[in-house]
Design a protein around this ligand. Sequence first.
Ligand code: NAP
Length: 456
Amino acid sequence: MSGLVSIAYLIAAVLFIVGLKQLGSPKTARRGNQLAMLGMLIAIVVTLLDKKIIDFSYIVAGLVLGSLIGAIAAKKVQMTAMPQMVALFNGVGGGASTLVALSEFYHLTGHPPMDITITIVLSVLIGTITFTGSLIAYAKLQGIMRGAPIVYSMQHYVNGLMVLAVVGLGAWFAMEPSLLAILLIITVISAILGVTSVIPIGGADMPVVISLLNSYSGMAAAATGFVISNNVLIISGALVGASGIILTQIMCVAMNRSLGNVLFAAVGTDGGVVSAAGEQKQVTRYTPDDAVVMLDRAQSVIIIPGYGLAVAQAQHVLQEMATILMSRGAKVRYAIHPVAGRMPGHMNVLLAEANVPYDLLLEMDAINDDFQNTDVALVIGANDVINPAARYKKESALYGMPILNVDMARTVMIVKRSLASGFAGEDNELFFNEKTMMIFGDAKKMVTEIVQILKH
Ligand code: NAP
């Protein structure tokens, strides 16, 4: 029997790895997800059959309830609310690891080996930090608490002291595993640490933190796998831990920030700061009619989607507009910045939802040199990813971040509601550039008007 279980676990692990690989491209992502789901199903079924469970009633109740909540939440969630849903799911995963490790404590008899006691401590520590940290991340993104960093004096020292306390208590528990009180104190300190380490991080940096917490939840699961000697939990936990940390690194590089800067520099506002420069400089308002005059003549158009496109849910009407322009002979493509939106791949997922063909989506490096030969760069709800301050303004949070060379196009058209800044809280001089046409309004409303005028 144990041989069969090992083979089933191996198949599940292979499915996870192939699934992860396929998630790397929009074309294969759906299939990758299905393969990983199949792997998880095999792992769960085999584990349930193998473990000689006396009573299945609680397990079935948990499965039904959990599946129901998961399915309804996934169906109802808005694309823009996806990061907070991932945060909740990470948190629940971390909490589950803590509970399994705590319950395993009750099964300890005699003097258990130190590798078990150490992994119990790790599981409780990382799992609980993930749980409370993820709840704070959820609350910030959902607007339940203020998104701006919450800072107070000696914050990092206090957090450092708590880490030291947990390490000391963990070592004590490893040597004296009969003392439940130590494990409970570790749980409480870890819970506080989860809160205090996430509150100083700005709400807009939360997607990076969520990716990091995702990695923690994997590490907690892997530690729990060691506690209960379950290979598939160790493998899947390690995969989540590794992919989460890789994604965190990719996001930091694309934002030109170090992880230390994201975690400790308390960068960020609640977003939507009104441009100070905008109050002094003149900006000319254009209408959807003006836009159509330009778009009708354009032979090449590059569309730059940003966070505002997701907020307005304008992807379908945008695709309709692009189709009309292409049917009239224009070359239309989409330029995707790696950190446009609020989560990795945000724009790809959004545009895939509107059935935009994948070959029209070009990554920044593939399209950046084409702007200079393009008639219209049409920016829909993007801001930071086109802000020229990133090239030269050393004191800017954006400094050094590669941007889309929108300002090189012959005409720049920007659709947004106001002169407000984006996530980085940085003014954008491009709004005042003489070749820029600012079209103020909700992206869906404005693009719908453009489509209607184009049609008639
Ligand atoms: P952005 O800089 O946040 O700008 C989005 C713009 O959309 C805002 O200036 C806003 O201006 C406009 N907007 C909001 N609602 C709108 C609506 N209904 N209709 C039209 N416009 C609307 O977004 P971005 O250019 O996509 O840049 C993403 C930023 O997020 C980067 O700084 C990136 O570093 C950061 N970030 C990204 C990720 C990721 O993984 N993608 C993760 C963490 C952080 P108005 O209010 O004037 O309309």
